[in-house]
Design a protein around this ligand. Structure first.
Ligand SMILES: Nc1nc2c(ncn2[C@@H]2O[C@H](COP(=O)(O)OP(=O)(O)OP(=O)(O)O)[C@@H](O)[C@H]2O)c(=O)[nH]1
Ligand SMILES: [Mg+2]
Length: 380
């Protein structure tokens, strides 16, 4: 097989038949297959099976029960399941016209690149199908930001955010890719220096169905971008910084309401610790959660550490001021910086440590048992 066309789908039933027909026509004479990786809650898989019966090329659908990693996860799964090494990823809503496939193949056929991007921003291309002016600006700005962050790896790519591209999976380290977020091409291009080229395409209007792009995905994209560029530690730092601001804000608000300042400080500290934990779960260590201990246990470790840190940092500061003659401000800054590093290391190595294969400790067994009992459905 020469080519696998991977189509991630989430509730695209009204588009399946036309997509199969147009794709089949576009790849006539090529030994190709169509592979749908589907997370739908509608009858998209049935529509695919129905279309497969009369299609002139092999059409497969893999329906995923748990939709791991959303769109990005679906594409990665498709890359793993493809029969051909040369894969084209294409949306299921016909915004990516299958008629562009021959141009992608032809460019790849020149033999000097691993990735061919279908770009909305090359001359001859168009982003006309973006739903409204706001989406156009979001797309433009995020493209600009992305290119600024990866000036070298994205040198030849004008549209790193497109979901329409050809990739030779032999050039990838598929295992190193993280299926978070919407922008799998960015993940592919940013991880490793690949040889890339582009062909223009006209981004069409959605054929049928509804958009799954949301503000939340936009936030995920920013987190993804940041992580690719600066790694986990910087996201962790940003969250820590936000926590410090929230901390001050809560103390201010509570004391303004007449709450005693010590009580206010304690409430603020605990609230920030919990908020921090929720944010790092979601945006820093999300890819390590599956292998780590359960969420309550992680929370217990994180919560204990942060409270211990609070308790330890003050005497250390006092020691620095009284013995080493540090100013209070300098002592605060130094202990905060040290605490930040220790906290990061503790979280990555302890809180999110992979579960051990051997027998868990008695304390751990007790907590797991408690956890299991607590979530068991009640029998009345
Ligand atoms: N398998 C899978 N596919 C998804 C998921 N979310 C979106 N998709 C598919 O990914 C493609 C792109 O999603 P769209 O909703 O069209 O996103 P978009 O093109 O940025 O937004 P619009 O311009 O509004 O269409 C479509 O084929 C969707 O069906 C998901 O969680 N799992
Ligand atoms: Mg779309």
């Amino acid at each position: 097989m020469q080519l696998t066309i991977i189509v991630p789908t989430f509730n695209e039933a009204p588009n399946v038949a036309e997509l199969v027909t147009r794709t089949a026509a576009a790849v006539q004479g090529v030994d190709a297959e169509l592979l749908f990786v589907d997370d739908s809650t509608d009858d998209t898989p049935d529509r695919v099976r129905a279309a497969a019966e009369t299609a002139p090329l092999p059409v497969r659908v893999v329906h995923r029960e748990h939709a791991e990693g959303g769109l990005g996860g679906a594409v990665l799964e498709g890359l793993g399941l493809a029969s051909a090494d040369v894969c084209i990823v294409m949306d299921g809503d016909l915004q990516h016209p299958p008629e562009t496939i021959p141009a992608l193949l032809e460019r790849h056929g020149e033999g000097d690149v691993d990735v061919v991007v279908a770009s909305r921003y090359r001359s001859g291309g168009s982003s006309g199908g973006l739903a409204d002016q706001r989406r156009v600006w979001v797309s433009r700005l995020s493209t600009l930001l992305t290119k600024a962050m990866f000036p070298i790896r994205l040198r030849d790519v004008s549209d790193p955010m497109t979901g329409f591209f050809l990739v030779d999976r032999r050039a990838l380290n598929v295992a190193a890719l993280r299926p978070r977020g919407y922008k799998i091409l960015l993940e592919i291009l940013a991880r490793k220096t690949l040889r890339a080229a582009e062909v223009p395409f006209v981004f069409d209007d959605r054929h049928g169905g509804y958009s799954k792009a949301t503000f939340r995905q936009g936030m995920h994209f920013l987190a993804q971008l940041w992580q690719l560029r600066f790694g986990k530690m910087s996201v962790f730092a940003v969250i820590g910084g936000l926590g410090a601001i929230a901390n001050v804000g809560i103390v201010w608000a509570l004391t303004a309401l007449g709450v005693n300042y010590v009580v206010a400080a304690i409430i603020a500290a605990e609230a920030t610790i919990i908020g921090n934990f929720l944010l790092i779960e979601r945006f820093v260590f999300q890819d390590m959660r599956a292998e780590a201990s359960n969420v309550w246990w992680r929370f217990a470790k994180s919560f204990t550490f942060n409270n211990a840190e609070l308790v330890v940092r003050i005497p250390v500061m006092a020691f620095m001021v009284s013995t080493w003659n540090f100013t209070a401000v300098l002592a605060t800054a130094v202990t905060l910086a040290l605490a930040f590093i220790v906290r990061f290391v503790f979280h990555s190595l302890v809180v999110y440590a992979p579960r051990t294969q051997g027998k868990p400790s008695p304390a751990r067994q007790f907590l797991d048992e408690l956890d299991e009992q607590a979530v068991r459905p009640g029998e009345l």
